[in-house]
Design a protein around this ligand. Structure first.
Ligand code: UDP
Length: 409
């Protein structure tokens, strides 16, 4: 990037967000849709609400979807064709050039000039590197997850050498990298050679009006759940989330018949991982107390968080872990692995428990402590809600805008 033409005085900054592989307005909780999609959607909305013009570019994932979907006053998601709608994540790299070309065509047809480009995930980083070079504008990269951190967290994670290499190139060529936590910044510095690219730590947020505390009993009734000790997991269903550990921990609990485990996320029809976990629950003789609900729309999630006595996230790695923050915002205490971004906003013993070892015993002990102690749950839930109140999407967008302004000044 060389000298950037400054946007007209008083004119809105025009931002292109690239979210190539996964749609920010798509259904959440499937294999490819989770925290990043929520992050990009909220960022687009909040940037628009503070005066930016935002176009979010993503692949067409569903031919029936409208090409352009407004996501706020001044923000829209633009679906562009690049590769078959049902391409796997592994295939998508071959369509990054076609996608970049489609973005250029859209930009020319609309006669739009962007002031900067912000990419999300490495595949989008590949697209954005090309576009930033062509348009001579700054590129800000946010990875959400990195190949080398995932590989380090759990042996067997299949992350290609090509991905790590591309991440390295994106980090070197970007004008700035935005990460969610200091831990992610340290990881990038340690695991990738960073030669001068600034890395900004800007935490994401939670919609505390949407994720609000509500009565537990009423929430259970609303969802048709029995009046039992309720443990909740929400998220994509993949090995990195550590659900084996959770099932084995639940099998160790005292009052199993009085307990219920809800696993929200994934596709009951398509996810082989759910079938594998159901077999494990059978082997552990706990199938009758475990419910796999499949993915649930975000609007319905507050009822689930409020129906739970405790929220649990036993991941091998989390770059942030929005679901834990959403549970906290509903005043539900959390039991999570002491990994990655979770340690940046959960205070052990105050807003939940950070479990240092990925082993079922340790999780079972923390779960039992909370399930057996309503006063502790209430105290931790209250502290959790207060912590969540300090983290807003608006604050995140303001800090990201400051970063944009710095680069376009
Ligand atoms: N989510 C949802 N429905 C589901 C499962 C997940 O709406 O069935 C949302 C959830 O509210 C959260 C996001 O998906 O905002 C998951 O983000 P997180 O950072 O926890 O996980 P990631 O997907 O980034 O691994």
């Amino acid at each position: 990037m060389s000298t950037v033409p400054k946007p007209d005085e008083g004119a809105a900054i025009r931002v292109a967000l690239i979210c190539f592989h996964s749609c920010p307005v798509g259904r959440l909780g499937d294999t490819k849709t989770g925290g990043m999609n929520v992050y990009v959607r909220q960022l687009a909305r909040e940037l628009a609400s503070i005066g930016c013009q935002v176009d979010v570019f993503t692949r067409t994932h569903d031919p029936d979807e409208p090409r352009i979907v407004p996501v706020g006053d001044g923000a829209r998601v633009v679906h562009l064709e690049a590769g078959p709608a049902d391409s796997t994540l592994d295939d998508l790299h071959s369509y990054t050039s076609a996608f970049a070309d489609a973005v250029i065509r859209f930009q020319q047809d609309e006669g739009v000039e962007y002031d900067l480009i912000h990419s999300h995930y490495w595949l989008s980083g590949v697209v954005a590197t090309r576009l930033a070079g062509r348009w001579n504008i700054p590129h800000i990269a946010t990875f959400h997850t990195l190949a080398r951190t995932k590989q380090r967290a759990r042996a067997g994670e299949q992350e290609s050498v090509r991905r790590a290499h591309a991440e390295q190139q994106i980090i070197s060529s970007a004008d700035s990298v935005v990460v969610s936590t200091q831990i992610e910044k340290d990881d990038i510095t340690k695991l990738y050679q960073v030669n001068g690219t600034p890395i900004e730590v800007i935490p994401p947020g939670v919609d505390t009006a949407m994720f609000q505390p509500a009565d537990t009993r009423a929430s259970r009734q609303h969802l048709g759940l029995p009046e039992k000790r309720t443990i909740l997991y929400v998220g994509r269903i993949e090995p990195l989330k550590g659900l084996d550990i959770l099932l084995k921990a639940v099998a160790l609990l005292n009052d199993r018949t009085g307990t219920r485990l809800l696993i929200v996320g994934g596709s009951l029809e398509k996810d082989a991982e759910i079938d594998r976990l159901k077999t494990l629950a059978d082997d552990l003789d706990i199938s009758d107390i475990v419910d796999f609900t499949g993915s649930i729309s975000q609007q319905q999630l507050p009822a689930y968080y409020n129906a739970a006595d405790v929220f649990v996230l036993p991941s091998w790695y989390e770059s942030f872990g929005l679901v834990a923050l959403e549970a906290m915002s509903c005043g539900t205490p959390v039991v999570v692995s002491r990994v990655g971004g979770l340690t940046s906003f959960i205070e052990h013993g105050k807003t939940g428990y950070l479990v240092p070892w990925r082993c079922p015993d340790a999780f079972a002990r923390s779960l039992e402590t909370l399930l057996e102690n309503p006063a502790l749950r209430q105290a931790m839930g209250g502290a959790a809600r207060n912590r969540a109140k300090g983290m807003s999407w608006a604050a995140m967008a303001n800090r990201i805008l400051a970063c944009y302004n710095h680069l376009t000044d």
